[in-house]
Design a protein around this ligand. Sequence first.
Ligand code: TRP
Length: 452
Amino acid sequence: MSNRANFGSKLGVILASAGSAVGLGNIWRFPYEAGNHGGAAFIFIYLGCVLILGLPILIAEFLIGRHSRANTAGAYQKLAPGTHWRWVGRMGVLAGFLILSYYSVVAGWTLEYIFEAATNAFTGKSADDFITSFQQFSASPWRPVVWLVAFLVSTHLIIVKGVEKGIEKSSKIMMPALFIIILILVGCSVTLPGAGAGIEFLLKPDFSKVDGNVFLGAMGQAFFSLSLGMGCLCTYASYFGKDTNLAKTAFSVGVIDTCVAVLAGFIIFPAAFSVGIQPDSGPSLIFITLPNVFQQAFGNVPVLAYVFSVMFYVLLAMAALTSTISLHEVVTAYLHEEFRFSRGKAAKMVTGGCIFLGVFCSLSLGVLKEYTVGGLTIFDLFDFVTAKLMLPLGGLFIALFTGWYLDKKIVWEEITNNGTLKVPLYRLIVFILKYIAPITVSLIFINELGLL
Ligand code: TRP
């Protein structure tokens, strides 16, 4: 296994992991979940989930990946040969495949918006126009499908180029650029007329509206946003070097990811309230509010409106790309290493399969709208099953595996790099993995089933 690829530098490690974590989950999914679940109270519970579930499980995934140096299913095979733990890895691969399928639909939308921004299609439109044009676009039977295919093919091309050249290099440029433009947009959004109501929505919690759904939503969002619970960061960690500080890397990724999500909230909600768009308008939220921000904030200087909107959608698409790469890599590495397909062939199977499922997800917002399961369209069903069931369940098992099954010596060696690092919260991390994380995830599930 010594010929396995590696990330080239420490910064590359952090940026590639953060590149996986930061994506549409932060900028698209976080605001609409927060909006659906009442704003500030959801955000507080979300932050709690990141701290007490997210970070420790992130460290656990890292150590499983780096110690085994294998794809996620192979990792359990190596660390727990002949046991059922490998199903945790397999479930992760399946989750990754399903997420990639519907995630690419939204990633495709960002390409449409780059195109619209670049051809000046936003100019002179009102808030209502943006709503109608998004609805028409997303329900159209072919346009979103074309973008979906374009996005998956781009992901495919980077994946076949390999780990260091493809993943690491692209993350190094895109991440800092995205962060800067987000800060500029926050500045624009909070100074719009009537933005105050949006800021209040973000900061003033109303805990009376909190129910089991809010907890499940916040937990699901924490897992989704951190790319957790399905072996994504486990697969990346298998490419880490021996001297990578796992706890510190996990902390950096958590902080970067959470900052981007909260800042995205500060772009979307002040803007939404300013033009009277409902915060609970669901997956369309950022696609109907953001074009407004560009028009209103820079209305007098059309050049700026043009430049910022094109740049923003380009960066959003790139953030999505670093995430789709990580999802694709999990499934590709699994097929390549477990079934001995060549990397190229494995990647083709993943891309083809995701295009197939993605088309159904995309059409379920238009012509296939009537086909629902438990009231959910195919698109919503994929989102629900993965983010709210499979990822937390995966996280629960990862915590149990690391806390109870795995040799304590391995855990200690990996977290402290064989005793060369001082990790002040070591005991707390292990305690959380053993008790707190499994109990919390179980309670949220039991509560959701209505048994509590
Ligand atoms: N975390 C990414 C985002 O926020 C999406 C993502 C990438 C993901 N890899 C994942 C989600 C693994 C869940 C599991 O956009």
